[in-house]
Design a protein around this ligand. Structure first.
Ligand code: SF4
Ligand code: SF4
Length: 169
C-alpha cells in the first residue's frame, strides 16, 4: 500500500480551552509533588549516611583468612575458571604440608569484576566470598588490581557472610 492510500487516524477528542493551556495538569502535578513531600524518605544522604548491607550482599570479592593467619584458599583455580569476565588470576605453589597448596599469587581485576558471585558459589573451601564492601574508587588502572594484601580478610570479621553461606547455600 502506498503512503497516499493510508487512512489518516481520527482524533478521538479535542482539547478544551483549559486543557490547551495545561493548567489543570500543572495543578495535578503540584498536588502530587506536595503529597510526595510528606511521605517517608528512602533516599540516603551518602556518604554521610552509610548503607549497611546484610550477609547476602554481593560487594567486592575477598579471600578468607583463618584466625591463625592461614589462607583458606588451596589454589584449585575453580573460581578463575568460572569467572565470566576472567577477572581472577591464581598461581599455585606447594606448601610444606603434604598434599596442600596455596596461592602464591592471587589477583582480582576489579575493573573486570561484575559482582556475579560465581566465584563464591563454586569455591569448595569457602575461601572466596562476596563482602559488604561497595566503596571502590581508583585513579589509576593499576590500583584496580587487588592482590592478596587487599583481598585477605580474617574470618572473624565476616560473621554475617559466613552465617549466610552456612544457612542458605
Ligand atoms: S564476582 Fe563474578 S566477576 Fe567478580 S571475581 Fe567473582 S566470578 Fe569473577
Ligand atoms: S578461592 Fe576457592 S575456588 Fe578459588 S582457587 Fe581458592 S580454593 Fe579454589
Amino acid at each position: 500500500m502506498s503512503e497516499k492510500n493510508i487512512p489518516a487516524k481520527k482524533r478521538i477528542k479535542d482539547l478544551n480551552s483549559l486543557e490547551k493551556v495545561y493548567f489543570p495538569e500543572i495543578l495535578k502535578a503540584l498536588k502530587l509533588t506536595l503529597k510526595t513531600m510528606f511521605r517517608p524518605k528512602f533516599t540516603m544522604q551518602y556518604p554521610e549516611e552509610k548503607f549497611i548491607p546484610t550477609g547476602s550482599y554481593r560487594g567486592r570479592p575477598i579471600l578468607v583468612m583463618e584466625n591463625n593467619g592461614e589462607e583458606r584458599c588451596v589454589a584449585c583455580g575453580l573460581c578463575a575458571r568460572v569467572c565470566p569476565p576472567l577477572a581472577i588470576e591464581v598461581q599455585a605453589a606447594e606448601t610444606e604440608k603434604e598434599k596442600e597448596r596455596y596461592p602464591v599469587r592471587f589477583e582480582i581485576n576489579m575493573l573486570r569484576c561484575i559482582f556475579c558471585g560465581f566465584c563464591e558459589e563454586v569455591c569448595p573451601e569457602e575461601a572466596i566470598v562476596m563482602s559488604k564492601d561497595y566503596e571502590l574508587a581508583f585513579t589509576k588502572r593499576e590500583d584496580a588490581i587487588y592482590g592478596k594484601d587487599k583481598l585477605l580478610v580474617p574470618v572473624n570479621q565476616l560473621p554475617d557472610k559466613i552465617g549466610f553461606l552456612r544457612n542458605y547455600r
